[in-house]
Design a protein around this ligand. Structure first.
Ligand code: ATP
Length: 319
């Protein structure tokens, strides 16, 4: 019988923006209770999975070797994509051989946009195709939740309300496309450290408590109406004071985006990426040009959301 060598599978997986990020108190298990509204945006990582005798991971990105954050991404068991291969194998209970994982990063590393989670989601979706597993979306979501709080959303995409650690998802009605300018900061912020800083800030607050995001009703209403002005007024991130405390220069970035005409600016998740909501495509291009000139970011990009979650884009033919 002729044995067929499976073709590599290529998957694109999106970055996320938290339109509303309400952080509750620290739970006994060390996590914080979250109430968040995610939007998947058109800034993506491209992950290629090829059958191989041994496991390997490569990571490339627009900054090349000069990008210190990119160079710090582990290429072994510390990489979330590697853990995702193991998680799929454990779930199906049989070996389908090894894979080479080649990641082309479009999502800033340690930037608060769930880049590692996107790669893990890409591996889940990609191996499902490569190994012909026929896992249902719910099964993928279960494996995803075991890998990290943001991974289920990276698989699902679109717009969703996340509760628990952020892994418990409900789809949210969103009309039309929203237009973003993304200011990629130099360097990274560690998500656990930003949460610790928030705990410290909250512990220190006395007469004037830090504002808390509350319920996400205003964001949900603005999304359902497809209204960027209302959404701009409703954007809120409880982690922002902590990110700004650790990286005060981000205040200047946020100010520069608003001065460039954006409807609103916010730190993305745990930062240091800042995102700016614009009225439409042309507006976003104008704001991006002005922000680039202001010299407050390592790179400035435009993106739209919502977009789909991790998806196979191409079955490359070998020989
Ligand atoms: P989140 O918003 O989900 O908290 P983030 O976007 O801030 O995450 P990531 O880009 O996911 O951050 O990277 C966080 C850390 O994980 C970095 O220190 C990085 O070295 C490590 N990491 C492990 N695997 C990956 C991967 N595939 N891509 C990027 N970073 C990875």
């Amino acid at each position: 019988m002729l044995s067929v060598v499976p073709s590599p599978v290529v998957v694109r997986a999106p970055a996320k923006i938290n339109l509303h990020l309400g952080v509750g108190d620290l739970r006994p298990d060390g996590y914080h209770e979250l109430e968040t509204v995610f939007q998947a945006v058109s800034l993506t990582d491209r992950v290629r999975l090829s059958p191989s005798d041994t496991r390997s991971i490569t990571v490339t990105g627009p900054g090349g070797a000069a990008d210190r954050a990119l160079a710090s991404v582990p290429l072994d068991g510390g990489n979330l994509a590697w853990k995702a291969v193991d998680a799929v194998r454990d779930h199906v209970g049989e070996s389908h051989g090894e894979v080479s994982v080649d990641i082309a990063k479009g999502i800033p590393v340690a930037g608060g946009m769930a880049g590692g989670s996107a790669d893990a989601a890409a591996v889940l979706v990609g191996l499902n195709r490569l190994w012909r597993l026929d896992l249902e979306r719910e099964e993928l979501a279960t494996i995803a939740a075991g890998l990290g709080s943001d991974v289920p959303f990276s698989v699902q995409g679109g717009t969703a309300l996340g509760t628990g650690r952020g892994e418990s998802l409900t789809r949210v009605l969103s009309r039309g496309a929203f237009h973003w300018v993304i200011a990629v900061a130099a360097g990274e912020l560690s998500t656990p450290e930003v949460y610790r800083e928030l705990d410290t800030l909250r512990a220190a607050e006395r007469a004037e408590p830090l504002r808390r995001a509350g319920a996400p009703d205003a964001v949900l209403t603005a999304l359902a109406a497809g209204d960027p002005k209302r959404l701009a007024e409703a954007l809120v991130n409880d982690l922002q004071p902590a990110a700004l405390s650790m990286r005060p220069a981000l205040r200047r970035t946020l100010r520069a985006g608003v001065e460039a005409g954006a409807l609103a600016g916010i730190v993305s998740g745990s930062g240091p990426t800042c995102v700016f909501l614009c009225a439409d495509d042309e507006h976003a291009v104008r704001v991006a040009a002005e922000l680039s000139g202001a010299g407050v970011a390592r790179a400035v990009r435009t993106a739209t959301g919502p977009v789909a979650g991790a998806r196979v884009v191409d079955d490359e033919k070998t020989g």
